[in-house]
Design a protein around this ligand. Structure first.
Ligand code: KIV
Ligand code: ZN
Length: 536
């Protein structure tokens, strides 16, 4: 049967989602789970964009030997060299080079002529081939590019050594019928494209990324680029789990197969959601909480007599077991290890013991701990700061809140034996605490950090549930700093998460100041000129 390659770009395009920023260790945990899931290619990052991205691509390349590890590069020498260096130790490596071919992007963004773009495409593919035999080329904004010019660039890239040509619908503009036609046009106009791998990469701005990917696949693309839970910039990318299950459930229509172990889909989805802080919408196909819940009585009746009446696939086939293991204070590290293994959290001994300590403390204080609590502790441990990163530590926090009363907070922090106190008011206790913290930060460390994302989740039900706070600070240069914390008290969880984020911001600033002339500037793949600093 025709085999479709699954190219996962969760760690690159997905990680560009607003709100998502993963540290190196978290990326490695996700990469290992993607390997278990059976993806063919992992696009692990954009090495030139930041030291963190370079490090994570390098670490993933060194640590995994199943899937091909890919690094993104603009059609520039320094980008390709950075990708080549990061991928040096990979068992199987790919460099993915892109340059825009639509008139709009060439005129307004690149400010380059068609000839210049074509030449850069050729030179960059040739350079990338000096680092690896596996080079992918993407004409960015393909779906809005002049077909014939795009074909000329594709042909030139193939002649220069590209082994995969990817057709990106960068802004999610295409309709399924058009994208299929575009792929057929390329196959007809560029005969050499039939000897290399054709790939499709769709964004979801009009909600048809999965449909577009399937249409392009039917037209001849043997590789589909997608992300877990469909995360990605703006409305996201085509969702891996939806594509894979559509191909599996409707093999009668498509007559293709993938190498994906679908029973790993649910845990991969939850792992990505927990580590990025991007929730999966309840009614999301395949992995949403409601995907296998049958609320309506008439449906329940049908499902009880035969599940197939209202279920086209089983929950088990996507790895959704429904059962949650319960952990008591006497549960050993093995029970915790079992849960975490099943949920894709590959922790080292030290981290496992730390999770165990936190579980035991929580169980000592109150109730038995459920599977989701254990997962939240593991998320927190993975997001922990190194001791040298701990610039600020929390000494005290007190809040006053009530009805007809302005919430106020006082926070005392310690930095190198010095105590710093900040006070703030706000619409509620978390807002007041955030202002108190910001008062200290702006008075002592210069320009303000904006709290650009805040999420609070009761992990399991009940008013005694543990709370998981997820925050993100953004500084004036658009650097993003994340913090995650779990506590039985929502305010403490929030303040701890904010202090983690603030520590990351300070570490970034200290590193930046130490580097003479500043750190290497980073660049967004969507823009040739504007920096996108994703400091993690
Ligand atoms: O959407 C896009 O065009 C991309 C390219 C880098 C392939 O992500
Ligand atoms: Zn993209």
């Amino acid at each position: 049967m025709r085999k479709i390659k699954i190219f996962d770009t969760t760690l690159r395009d997905g990680e560009q989602s607003p709100g998502a920023s993963l540290n190196v260790e978290e990326k490695l945990v996700i990469a290992r789970q993607l390997e278990r899931l059976g993806v063919d290619v992992i696009e692990a990052g954009f090495p030139i964009s930041s030291p963190g991205d370079f490090e994570s691509v390098k670490l993933i390349a060194e640590s995994l030997d199943g899937p091909t590890i890919c690094g993104l590069a603009r059609a520039r020498k320094e980008d390709i060299e950075a990708a080549g260096q990061a991928l040096e130790k990979a068992a199987s490596s790919r460099i993915h080079v892109f340059i825009a071919t639509s008139n709009l992007h060439m005129d307004k963004k690149l400010k380059m002529s068609r000839e210049e773009v074509l030449k850069m495409a050729v030179n960059s593919v040739e350079l990338a081939r000096q680092f690896t035999d596996d080079v992918e080329f993407s004409p960015e904004d393909a779906s809005r590019s002049d077909m014939d010019f795009m074909c000329d660039v594709i042909e030139a890239a193939i002649n220069a050594g590209a082994t995969t040509i990817n057709i990106p619908d960068t802004v999610g503009y295409a309709m399924p019928i058009e994208i299929g036609e575009r792929v057929r046009y390329v196959k007809e106009k560029v005969p050499a494209s039939n000897d290399i791998m054709l790939s499709i990469h769709c964004h979801n701005d009009l909600g048809v990324a999965v449909a577009n990917s399937l249409s392009a696949m039917q037209a001849g693309c043997d590789q589909i680029e997608c992300t877990i839970n469909g995360i990605g910039e703006r409305a996201g990318n085509a969702s891996l789990e939806e594509i894979v299950m559509a191909l599996k459930m409707r093999q009668d229509v498509y007559e293709v197969e993938t190498g994906i172990n679908t029973e790993e889909l649910w845990s991969t989805s939850r792992l990505v959601s927990n580590l990025t802080g991007i929730e999966v919408q309840r009614n999301k196909a395949i992995v949403g909480e409601n995907a296998f819940a049958h609320e309506a009585g008439i449906h329940q009746h049908g499902v009880i007599s035969d599940r197939r009446t209202y279920e086209i696939m089983s929950a088990k086939s996507v790895g959704w077991h429904g059962t949650q293991l319960v952990i008591g204070k006497h549960s050993g590290v093995h029970a915790i290890e079992k849960i975490l293994e099943r949920r894709g959290y590959d922790l080292n001994r030290e981290q496992l013991h730390e999770v165990r300590t936190r579980v035991k403390d929580a169980a000592d204080r109150e109730k038995s701990i459920e599977e989701e609590d254990v997962v939240a502790f593991a998320t927190e441990v993975l997001n922990e700061l190194d001791s040298e990163e701990q610039v600020l530590s929390l000494e005290e926090v007190s809040v006053m809140t009530g009805n007809g009363f302005t919430a106020s907070a006082t926070i005392k922090l310690k930095i190198n034996e010095e105590e710093l106190i900040g006070t703030g008011t706000g619409v509620g206790p978390v807002d007041a605490s955030s202002h108190a913290l910001q008062e200290i930060l702006s008075a002592h460390f210069g320009p303000e950090l904006e709290l650009s994302d805040y999420g609070l989740k009761a992990i399991t039900g009940g008013t005694n549930a543990l709370a998981h706070a997820h925050i993100q600070f953004t500084d004036q240069s658009e650097n993003r700093f994340r913090g995650d914390a779990v506590d039985k008290d929502v305010i403490l969880a929030s303040v701890h998460a904010m202090i983690k984020g603030a520590n990351r911001a300070l570490n970034h600033r200290i590193r930046h100041e130490k580097t003479a002339g500043g750190e290497k500037s980073s660049s967004s793949p969507e823009s040739e000129s504007e920096p996108q600093n994703t400091a993690k």
